[in-house]
Design a protein around this ligand. Structure first.
Ligand code: ZN
Length: 881
């Protein structure tokens, strides 16, 4: 056919694929023409991906728009391409207004509603490769864009362009993809290897899965810690996709997964959504059958945690799904069964899954658009009837955290109202005002998911897991069971049926918190140690050269009580414009600063007391690379750098033996992996010990606590416990060959139990902690909430060795949110969460569970600030104990 090229030219070798019969328009550039390789022949780089979509836009501006929605930390553009028929592209502004109207949850008159549904295309959003070493999806996105634009006389493509707007986000994690490609290209020899153990498949630490800060962005949706996620969340609110696909890869021995998802399903997923997944799944199954592609559904990949790329859109009303292709992790991969999986196979499979999805979307366009509007409308209606419709967030105790939570909710399209100081709501007086969220809004189900104290697992699912555990099988939970944001930010939320919002104003992104009052002249200024925003102001002040001291005892000044941790910036010894500079820092951050007229304290220490220790900007090093968990190292770096504005110098584990650690006040050891001690070696161990004994602060997070407590390191006087079990004396033979009688099932189980078994693996629950209120390291806390995952439980420190600064609450009060196995609850009660052990001139601080996980445990930020900012001051002044 003249002027058209056969589809064979599009794929590296299409004959094997038996692709559709379409011919392609030569006016639309192929990938080969732009990037120099055919689809599936090479792994397209992040820069080539951008170039190619831009080339498509240039070739066919009437049907393609490319939008840059964010920049990665390393400066790479994140883009999506909008593809639709010219008539739709020409009226995108109108379409967006219609979409906003449909998504508004408003009760529209029937005629208006049906007219809107009639004229509104279904937006189908495809996000590819959020994990950077899941490589085939990005090329599938490019193939999809080409096929939609270049296929001629293809009835399905015509129908898709008529009925939908296709949005292609080809590379959700360009920094991670670039990191994968770097190691792949360096490993590649004369010809691609199919052996998974060769260098091109075997990525060095940290691997390409994560972004620059080594965050797993498929857990980040509601936490929005990363610019890539923030950009995508903003775009979702602009486009309101009714269909959303997050296209991933899994292990190369697996085939292909698409929904229906595995149990457990989040209870907020509607029946309509469940049925739609079934219909979409059946059609994909039919396409896969036609092309001879094996797949599975309803296994492994669940739909419970709202931070997944598919769950956040689901809770906004979309039919959102995860696809998983077995990864070749390179160009060719030999599966355990001897089959060969090529890069091109993977690209093709994702492409077919996308086309099948678009067929169902185009055929069901009106129903999908109508269902989306109905989901949002029903959220408004259900919310209005909810007996505890309003969430009232107190600003009194942790003002900064409360404001951060409000800002985060607002950025997700959730309306938040501000009640002025002195307002009554839910039967309480809010002296410092409150932030209010009404469940009756179109994002009401997302509100419930994020603010409810608990999202229950389906009872029959729990029952099955308990049966599995009894039978010695692993549980089937894929991620944490708790994420309640008020608990994670450690703010107080009251619930009630009615709140008078007549005096309220909108809160959130464009409405900053009220500025603090002007500071008067006086002896100095106090920064109450109440949350991480307060600590942030102190850090900024120290960075700008101001001098302040922190108290380890509460004091009362002019009738007001200032808790321990409070930082005083005295006028004497600081620049003349101290007040103005603190005021400026306070108004920029929303932090609270209080004028102290005089140094006289009615109760507690005066400023000249040894209770006050001089602060300085800490110099922090962070242990990095092989031997540490990438996500823990990355999240810790992110918290230190982006939340506190402090540098965190990364030092590789294998360099610790020769590194000059004298440059640093604080050394943070993020969660370690099993080979940490080996990689650290004798010289590294000696150097760590010397660092502490000479006055350094060594902070261990999560599993690093076990490493410090190990015999090799011996830097912490605790022990990781084995699983508790009932006394077995009566059943256990004295000699190995002595005769036994096993009288019942329980005795049998005790006899065969592994005495060295670890406690059961906890998938993740939020638990309550109680503070030792006398210790400076608990400044700002009477109690706290932590996330517990895994199986590590430590023995409390003996008083002769150190202090258990925070410990897990008693068993009956322990679990604040989520599900935890009963034997873990019983064994964890009263055990240490935060330990401090002086050694030589220095101090070892150990968190049994990391406070920096995913960067989303904001309520523990102040505790980390105690460790990185207050601890060096206490060590320096000799008051660390
Ligand atoms: Zn993935």
């Amino acid at each position: 056919m003249i002027g058209l090229v056969a589809c064979a030219a599009f794929w590296a070798s299409a004959s094997a694929q038996g692709l559709m019969s379409a011919t392609y328009d030569p006016a639309i550039p192929t990938l080969e023409q732009v990037a120099g390789h055919k689809t599936g022949e090479k792994i397209t780089s992040p820069a080539e991906i951008v170039d190619y979509l831009r080339a498509l836009e240039a070739a066919d501006p009437a049907r393609v728009r490319v939008v840059e929605y964010a920049r990665s930390w390393q400066g790479r553009p994140l883009i999506y391409a909008i593809i639709a028929k010219p008539e739709t592209i020409a009226r995108l502004g109108e379409v967006k207004r219609d979409l906003a109207q449909l998504a508004s949850g408003a009760a529209l008159p029937a005629t208006e509603r049906s007219a809107l549904v009639e004229r509104t295309p279904a937006v189908a959003w495809f996000g590819f490769g959020v994990h950077g070493d899941e490589i085939t999806p990005a090329d599938s996105g490019l193939a999809l864009a080409y096929h939609l634009l270049a296929a001629k006389g293809d009835a399905l493509v015509d129908r898709i362009l008529d009925e939908t707007i296709v949005i292609i986000d080809p590379a959700q994690n360009p920094d991670g993809r670039a990191r994968f490609l770097q190691s792949f290209n360096e490993g590649l020899g004369l010809e691609p290897q199919d052996n998974r153990f060769t260098a091109e498949h075997d990525q060095p630490w940290p691997g390409g899965r994560f972004n620059h800060y080594l965050m797993d962005m498929n857990r980040d949706w509601f936490a929005m810690t990363q610019p890539e996620t923030r950009g995508r969340i903003a775009a979702q609110q602009e486009w309101h996709p009714v269909v959303f696909v997050d296209s991933h890869e899994m292990g190369g021995d697996e085939t292909y997964f698409f929904p229906p998802a595995a149990e457990p399903l989040n209870p907020l997923i509607s029946q309509t959504q469940r049925e739609a997944h079934d219909a979409f799944g059946r059609n994909r199954g039919a396409w896969f059958d036609r092309h001879g592609i094996a797949y599975f559904t309803r296994e492994i990949f669940d739909a419970f945690y709202p931070g997944y790329g598919d769950m956040w859109p689901t809770l906004n009303g979309a039919i959102a799904k995860t696809f998983e292709q077995g990864s070749p992790r390179g160009l060719v991969y030999r599966r355990s069964n001897g089959d060969t999986l090529t890069y091109k196979d993977g690209v093709f499979n994702n492409f077919i899954a996308a086309l099948a999805t678009l067929e169902t979307t185009a055929n069901g366009r009106k129903q999908l658009v109508s269902d989306y509007a109905a989901y949002r409308r029903s959220a408004v209606e259900e919310g209005a009837r909810a007996p505890q419709r309003f969430y009232v967030i107190d600003r009194a105790v942790r003002m900064g955290q409360a404001e951060r939570l409000a800002t985060s909710l607002a950025a997700q399209g959730i309306a938040v109202s501000r009640l002025p100081a002195g307002t009554r709501a839910c039967g309480r007086l809010y002296a410092d005002g409150a932030l209010v969220v009404d469940q009756s809004q179109p994002a009401g189900r997302l509100v419930q998911a994020l603010l409810d104290a608990d999202t229950p697992l389906p009872p029959e699912f729990i029952k099955r897991q308990e049966e599995r555990r009894k039978a010695g099988l692993a549980h089937e939970l894929y991620d944490v069971t708790a994420w309640a944001l008020p608990l994670m930010e450690d703010v107080d939320v009251a619930r009630c049926a009615k709140v008078d919002l007549s005096g309220a104003s909108p809160a959130g992104l464009s409405a900053p918190p009220p500025a603090t009052a002007a500071l008067a002249a006086g002896f100095g200024y106090a920064v109450p140690w109440t949350d991480a925003v307060q600590a942030g102001l102190v850090i900024d002040a120290l960075k700008s050269g101001l001098t302040g001291s922190s108290t380890d005892k509460a004091f009362t000044s002019a009738g007001r009580v200032f808790g321990k941790g409070t930082v005083i910036f005295p006028a004497a010894g600081n620049p003349d414009d101290l007040a103005a500079r603190l005021e400026q820092l306070a108004s920029a951050s929303g932090a609270k600063v209080v004028t102290l007229a005089s140094s006289w304290a009615e109760d507690g220490p005066n400023f000249g007391s040894s209770a006050f220790a001089g602060l300085k900007k800490p110099k922090i090093a962070l242990v990095w690379d092989d031997g540490t968990s990438p996500t823990s190292a990355g999240a810790t770096r992110w918290v230190i750098e982006q939340k506190f504005g402090l540098g965190a110098a990364p030092i590789r584990v294998q360099t610790l033996g020769s590194a000059d650690l004298e440059d640093y006040d604080v050394l943070i050891l993020p969660e370690t992996t099993g080979d940490f001690q080996t990689l650290l070696g004798t010289s590294g161990t000696e150097n760590l010990k010397a660092f502490v004994s000479e006055g350094g602060v060594l902070i261990a997070l999560g599993s690093a606590t076990g490493a410090l407590a190990s015999e090799e390191l011996g830097l912490l006087s605790t022990t990781a416990e084995t699983a508790w079990r009932e006394e077995v004396a009566a059943d256990e033979p004295e000699k190995p060959n002595a005769g036994t009688r096993i009288t019942d099932q329980a005795a049998y189980e005790r006899l065969i139990a592994d005495p060295d078994a670890s406690p059961e693996d906890a998938p993740g629950a939020l638990v309550r902690l109680d503070a030792n209120k006398d210790h400076w390291l608990s400044s700002g806390y009477d109690r706290a909430t932590a996330l517990v995952t895994g199986s590590a439980i430590y023995k409390p420190l003996n008083a002769a060795n150190g202090t258990n600064v925070l410990r897990f609450a008693p068993a009956d009060q322990l679990v604040a949110s989520g599900y935890m196995w009963d034997e873990n609850i019983q064994q964890l009660a009263f055990k240490p969460y935060l330990m401090a052990e002086p050694r030589g001139k220095g101090l070892v601080i150990a968190f049994a569970q990391s406070p920096t996980t995913r960067g989303y445990l904001g309520g523990l930020d102040l505790l980390l600030a105690n460790a990185i900012l207050l601890a060096p001051a206490r060590v320096e002044s000799g008051t660390a104990r």
